[in-house]
Design a protein around this ligand. Structure first.
Ligand SMILES: [Zn+2]
Length: 197
């Protein structure tokens, strides 16, 4: 890996600074901030995982899901909303949820995850983007989410201010293997496409 990177940097016509930037090396002297403003689309990925422990509520996408355990976390432990926030922040080229909303800041301490989503959406609009579409996958062994999937999707769409037709939610088990499959954790992946307004 490192040797191929070294060869890439040594290619004729590419300066070290151009080769070491990730966003602008094909566009010549354009600065990264200028390039980001002109991008018509931006894609972002989010991942989150929480430990499941007895005695905690299980909140997914802002919906209370009946289960024998829930997420031990400083906020409401909403794995889906955290993951969606990280995808939006990632698409905007911003730091992750823990850096934007540190639990050491009283402003965010104990806040429900809907507050983080609303702030991420505000940052998205401030940057001049809107949701193109979003696709999320929840991974949990139990409980079966199918009865609540539409409620979760509707609530997530509302929090995002997006039409439900562009918000997709999938759920799958982890085939009973590892912590996810043993009902000891829950995880989520999200990919989001933002479009310039
Ligand atoms: Zn989280």
């Amino acid at each position: 890996m490192s040797s191929s990177l070294y060869q890439f940097k040594k290619e004729p016509g590419l300066s070290i600074s151009a080769a070491s930037t990730t966003a602008t090396h094909v566009d010549g002297p354009t600065t990264s901030s200028k390039a980001s403003k002109t991008l018509p689309f931006r894609v972002g990925h989010g991942f989150d995982l929480h430990r499941l422990e007895p005695g905690y509520p299980l909140i997914i996408g802002g919906i209370d899901v009946p289960h024998d355990r829930g997420c031990e976390a400083h906020s409401d432990g909403d794995v889906l909303l955290h993951c969606v926030v990280d995808a939006i922040l990632g698409a905007l080229g911003l730091p992750d949820i823990g850096q934007i909303f540190p639990d050491s800041d009283p402003k965010w301490k104990g806040a429900p995850s809907s507050v983080f989503i609303k702030e991420a959406v505000r940052l998205m609009h401030e940057a001049g983007y809107e949701i193109g579409n979003l696709d999320a996958t929840l991974i949990l062994q139990r409980p079966k989410l199918s009865p609540l999937k539409e409620s979760i999707r509707a609530n997530l769409s509302e929090l995002l201010g997006a039409d439900p037709s562009v918000v997709n939610l999938k759920a799958k088990t982890h085939e009973k293997v590892d912590s996810l499959g043993e009902n000891r954790s829950i995880a989520a992946h999200t990919v989001v496409l933002l479009m310039k307004k």
